[in-house]
Write a protein that binds this ligand. Structure first.
Ligand code: UD1
Ligand code: MG
Length: 510
């Protein structure tokens, strides 16, 4: 019976990445929304492999844990000692059933590899029925990389590591990208014949090409259109370079779909983010994780959005948001902090120096200035006065505050949760609201003001304040004499109205 033709992807991720100088395994370093390993796995995903094996070694537990999150179908295989890339692939294949087909091997540290490129490599390999095909690229600086050595007819002869290369071979600028397609049967056979007779005493996967070629098997080179895709990551300087290159690729793609980036050089968009048409991203902005920005929305300058959904025609300026939702036409900032489960309905406003956590702010409602809203529900078309605090924490538990629709709360309020302010209710400035305020009521909760007339002139005699007070008293005396309003009559406004209306006896002075 003929064996089924299977596709196996093997990702090599057992190396330590010494030059990263990190406790985090190299392949787990993040790069615009995915780890290095995550980028490689997503480039390989469209191959629709029958099985994916990830060779783990250094930081194996961490890498395994990451795999259960990002690629639960992948099989981690332990390479306890890193005896070379050939050894790693041999161990990987021992863990999967024998069979015919294609084995695609990808180094775990080439995050800029695009699915189209690895797809083209595999297609070329399978169509040519080659025994092995290597992805190659012409690079300006081949230092440290394996060189593609071709014969007089331009056919691949062998791949030579730099440390094993002679001067002529070192001058070659065509390099091995570390991405390959193999015929499974012939790969297994050649892996059994690898020697460790090289500068590092390792089993080199690259030696498979020379072995197959000597045995008269067809080996091929597939040249990448853009060498940038083949760049590896060995230290944090290279990681930063890759991040810039990926940023430019991502930004260019969004601009081509109709998003304006006012300063692409300072705009960092994770590969996992989605943007709609006519969104405008102003400078110095980071969009991370599962963030979505709606059509015609302005984000920036100086904004970081993490896992945040912003509807269409909204605006977010100089602000930081994590796990928040911002409705259509809503406005955020400048200088706002939206924390997880902050949910702003359509046309809501969260203004300057306002922090919101785990709270719904209803349609058209406004929290304009200097306020903390935690664990609250605010209805529609309500206004929260400046400098208010939703006091949600009793030191042990969190409690909720509910503000109805069309409410108007005064400046400098404390809402001591659990507490409710009903629809259409008002609260007076400076109130500590500990009891519910019924719909339509005015809640007042503050000490009455008391003025001690003449205190400064008497108790701070000789100061500039006392002199100013005397001058003011003289002027006032003169104008009172001329029949102007008395001191207390001149005081008016909501506070007095409140006192009168509620019968609390609030008067301007006592
Ligand atoms: C390798 C290639 C080189 C190529 C370069 C591209 C070999 C012998 N050389 O060199 O021709 O130009 O990649 O970047 O393959 N790994 C394991 N187990 C091991 C050894 C390595 O899993 O025992 C993994 C590493 O984690 C890494 C990948 O294999 O992801 C490549 O290993 P690395 O040591 O970086 O090889 P290079 O010297 O870069
Ligand atoms: Mg490498």
């Amino acid at each position: 019976m003929p064996q089924p033709h299977l596709r196996t992807v093997v990702v090599l991720a057992a190396g330590e990445g010494k030059r990263m100088k990190s406790t985090l395994p190299k392949v787990l370093h993040p790069l615009l929304g995915r780890t290095l390993l995550g980028h490689v796995l997503s480039a390989a995903a469209p191959l629709a492999a029958d099985r994916t094996v990830v060779v783990v070694g250094h930081g194996a537990d961490q890498v395994r844990a990451h795999l259960t999150e990002v690629a639960p179908d992948a099989t981690p295989v332990l390479q306890a000692e890193q005896l070379g890339t050939g050894h790693a692939v041999r161990i990987a294949l021992e863990a999967v059933p024998d069979g015919a087909g294609t084995v695609v091997v990808i180094n775990g540290d080439v995050p800029l590899l695009r699915p189209e490129t690895v797809g083209a490599l595999v297609t070329a390999h399978e169509q040519a029925a080659a025994a092995a095909t290597v992805l190659a690229a012409e690079v300006p600086d081949p230092t440290g990389l394996g060189r593609i050595v071709r014969d007089a007819d331009g056919r691949l002869e062998q791949i030579v590591e730099e440390r094993d290369a002679d001067a002529t071979q070192r001058a070659i600028q065509e390099i091995n990208a570390g991405i390959y397609a193999f015929d499974a049967v012939r790969l297994r056979d050649a892996l059994g014949k690898l020697s460790t007779d090289n500068d590092q005493g390792e089993e080199y996967l690259t030696d498979v090409f020379g072995l197959l070629r000597s045995a008269g098997e067809p080996v091929a080179v597939h040249v990448a259109d853009d060498h940038v895709e083949t760049l590896g990551c060995n230290d944090r300087v290279e990681l930063a370079t890759l991040r810039r290159l990926l940023r430019d690729r991502v930004n260019e793609a969004w601009m081509r779909t109709g998003v304006s980036l006012l300063d692409p050089a300072t705009t960092w968009i994770d590969v996992t983010v989605a943007l709609d048409r006519d969104a405008v991203i102003d400078q110095n902005t980071q969009l991370r994780g599962s963030t979505v920005v709606g059509a015609g929305t302005l984000v920036g300058p100086d904004v970081t959005l993490v896992d945040t959904i912003v509807g269409p025609a909204a605006s977010v300026v100089r602000s930081h948001a994590v796990g928040a939702e911002v409705g259509a036409g809503a406005s955020v900032g400048p200088y706002a902090y939206l924390r997880p489960a902050a949910r702003l309905a359509d046309k809501a406003k969260v203004g300057t120096f306002v922090e919101v956590k785990n709270s719904e702010i209803g349609a058209g409602s406004k929290v304009p200035h200097l306020t903390y809203v935690g664990d609250a529900t605010i209805g529609e078309q309500s206004n929260i006065g400046a400098a208010s605090v939703f006091v949600n924490y009793d030191g042990v538990h969190k409690h909720r505050t509910v503000i109805g629709s069309h409410a108007r709360t005064g400046a400098d309020n404390m809402f001591v949760a659990p507490v409710e302010v009903g629809d259409g209710a008002y609260t007076a400035a400076g109130s500590v609201i500990v009891d519910d305020v019924p719909a339509g009521a005015m809640g007042v909760a503050r000490a009455r003001q008391r003025n001690i007339e003449g205190w400064v002139v008497k108790r701070r005699a000789g100061t500039a304040a006392a002199e100013a007070a005397k001058r003011a008293r003289d002027v006032q005396g003169a104008s009172n004499g001329a029949g102007a309003a008395s001191d207390s009559e001149a005081m008016h406004g909501p506070a007095e109205t409140v006192g009168g209306a509620s019968g609390t006896g609030d008067t301007a002075t006592e």
